[in-house]
Design a protein around this ligand. Sequence first.
Ligand SMILES: Cc1cc2nc3c(=O)[nH]c(=O)nc-3n(C[C@H](O)[C@H](O)[C@H](O)COP(=O)(O)OP(=O)(O)OC[C@H]3O[C@@H](n4cnc5c(N)ncnc54)[C@H](O)[C@@H]3O)c2cc1C
Length: 514
Amino acid sequence: MDAASNGAAASNGAAPSPQHFDVLIVGAGLSGIGAAWHLEDRRPGTSYAVLEAREDLGGTWDLFRYPGIRSDSDMHTLGYRFRPWTDSKTITDGDSILEYVRDTAREAGIDRKIHYRHKVVRAEWSTAETRWLVEAERTDTGETVRFSCGFLWICSGYFRYDEGYTPEFEGVERFAGRVVHPQHWPEDLEYEGKRVVVIGSGATAVTLVPAMARDAEQVTMLQRSPTYVASLPAVDPVAKLLRRILPHRAVYPIVRWKNVMIQTLVYQLSRRRPDMLRKFLRKGVERALPAGYDIDTHFEPRYDPWDQRLCAVPNGDLFRAISRGDAEVVTDRIETFTERGLQLESGRELEADVIVTATGLNLLFLGGVEVSVDGEAVDIPSRMTYKGMMLSGVPNSALTVGYTNASWTLKADLTSEYVCRLLAHMDAQGYDKCVAEVNDPTVTPEPLLDFTSGYVLRSIDQLPRSGSKEPWKLRQNYVFDLRTIRRGPIDDGTMRFSRPSSVRSAAEPLEPVA
Ligand SMILES: Cc1cc2nc3c(=O)[nH]c(=O)nc-3n(C[C@H](O)[C@H](O)[C@H](O)COP(=O)(O)OP(=O)(O)OC[C@H]3O[C@@H](n4cnc5c(N)ncnc54)[C@H](O)[C@@H]3O)c2cc1C
């Protein structure tokens, strides 16, 4: 729905009163739709709306349209816990993921509660009124629309939608061919029979290279330094086997848990025995590439596994394209763009008709929403994250941010469950306000992420902090979070609650109530 959302029109010329909801969700991507599904399922009486800046839902999976766009984690964990992934492919294409999110929204009636083209720009908490005033800008008319809500839930993803990251390249204006960023893939781009250079070595580059190699004359992946790349089966063999004897509903949790355990094991191994994992990954690359291939130069990273995101390639498609001679990896640095292509520091020149800058994303926290509490702007880097889903000192709000070392949705689902439990607890106790406060002086701030990926390093100063202890420490560990987020107490001494002043007796102190 593109609801007429400006609240009751005032006949006396005064500003219309904002439309009020119990909960406002910002963003209709995988997380926002999952959040809404949990409200529908667990809190049927709760009024809510989803404010979405774009003209459609799906977020990441609607935005990115480059050839081969796909997940790089398995759909048994990237899928929602509540909705089995039934397709045989577990590493799957962007369209199938988009369809899955769309189906979830349609079947639960969530799509009728989305206000499209509403970009949230400001959210102001008022303690006196115990509510958020939320300002959105209509992206089609430029009009400002106001809402209010009791609880604000930001599911805005982690990157800027308007612009991907492109470093400054010397001489780019001289290049006679086309330069394309994967975040803004031109529908009319023809690359059949052409020479393509993909700059980058991350998940997008390793996806694009084999996909474009099918039609292009030649595809070169130009990287400054190598990345860990692991081949995964596109179809999960265990799921395939189990589906012969069990229904989807039974297969899904089994395969999901198998994959959670593998992801956790691989990550833990990368932290505790990096050399062992390094050797294991190297063996995989050796098996997939022709004898004599220069793995040391092109596939032997200088960092430990999971210091940056590990790239997965389904059925080794990247390695197969290299083995066939359709794709080449060049590890070098760009000196300058030339009219014909790229001049590299080694002296080599790469000729190209199309250059794809798969150089990454620009991180954006809270979807760029300016948040203030009682008139004071929230300085995000000075805040800590409570269980990785709330900001210290910011009342009645949550944010959904997935794991960086496992599938995003594992954490998104846990966050949704927690928010529903929190709201239920507040209802049961008659509270109207909750706020996570750092009340332990021994907790010290730490960087939120220990990733060394460029997009994290470029923005780490703009992110909130993790803390040295629970519940402020961001563990990035699903099994641990199951205990603390799904099962841990809501009233844990850190989350402070209060009741409406009208029911609080003069003698009663401000909460927390044990
Ligand atoms: C190419 C690519 C591949 C990926 N593959 C994987 C993978 O395989 N596995 C994995 O775990 N993760 C992957 N990720 C991470 C991915 O972003 C998450 O999996 C997931 O899709 C995030 O969902 P989300 O809803 O939180 O955010 P998004 O998908 O980014 O959606 C956020 C939504 O919020 C809206 N929004 C943002 N700000 C505002 C605002 N101020 N007002 C209103 N609306 C706003 C946006 O328009 C968007 O629709 C990938 C990311 C990319 C870019």
